[in-house]
Design a protein around this ligand. Sequence first.
Ligand SMILES: Cc1ncc(COP(=O)(O)O)c(C=O)c1O
Length: 367
Amino acid sequence: MPEKNLLREPLRAFKPYVAGKPIEEVRRELGLTGRIAKLASNENPLGTSPKALVAMRKAIEEVSLYPDDNAFLFRKKLAARYGVDMENVFAAAGSVEVLELCAIAFLERGDNIVTSERTFAIYHLAALKAGADARFAPMIDGGYRYDLGAMAKLVDANTKIVFLANPTNPTGTWFTRDEFDAFMESIPRDVLVVYDSAYEEYTTVQDMPDPMVHLRTGRRLLYVRTMSKAFGLAGIRVGYAIGPKDILGGLMTCRIPFNASLVAQEGAMAALDDVEFVERSREFNRVEIQFLRDGLASLPVTVPPSQTNFLLIDTPKDASWLFLELQKKGVIVRPMGGYGMPNAIRVSPGLREDNERFLAGMRALLA
Ligand SMILES: Cc1ncc(COP(=O)(O)O)c(C=O)c1O
């Protein structure tokens, strides 16, 4: 007799999230020595905020003690920054924790979430894990941009959460303040709108939405932020969310105690104060994104506009082939087959020499 399958039914056909390939894995598999450029996970090529590094080195001396489970100082700092009460701030082990907790806390079988096709995969995966359905609006403008109107139309009586990334990953596109304000008008007030603003520091356009405006009017909105990108803290896992007390209460019920580690809390607080590092990262990104865009201009590729630290590159070739061939040249990119774009890759700028190597590889492979 085969043993009973213990896995919950909604998880049986589940395919876990596929992360960007780590440098060491590529070294092992291909026997490569020398520098490898990882341009696959939208990380900060300038490294980590120096102020955060100092704070984290100090904190590491204290890790025999549990961290502050309330993340008091971190949340206090964020409350002051956003002009809200501490009870409106949730500290997390990366923003994906917040996204997962939304699903665990609020979704059950029969509920659905609404999001866009070709957006951050965790929204869908989190809903599936909770046994809920996911509804996807098709994208507009060449299949690269959210259609907020179509998303609003998918909301029904069983919709509990709408997940929005702005700018979105992996296409890099964005929606404007006017578009978002109109969207909020059209969404029932009991639906939770999750506004995931992971790439906010990299935006350069002036008319990005202000989610705080809607929070102040009492809307059920969760403003989700990561410290992984512009602050350079991806490896330590820290993020946060600003939202209504009842929604954060739901997240608190389901989180693991001590979710934000001591080193993460100290690093995040210092990084928030490191305005100079964020400014430098932002300017570096602006220049290198343009360098990549210019370098790609003569190639047969489509690159949608981006307000992030990455470019989506639609090519005439199979993306898994490109991914492997670029790896042999010491460059790791992200193939987009899993997002329904079998010919597209996503690339985040590295240092200039990495970006030059990537462009040389693309020229050789697409010639
Ligand atoms: C839109 C979006 N949200 C959230 C995340 C995850 O961030 P974190 O490292 O804080 O979990 C990413 C990471 O790539 C992302 O692209």
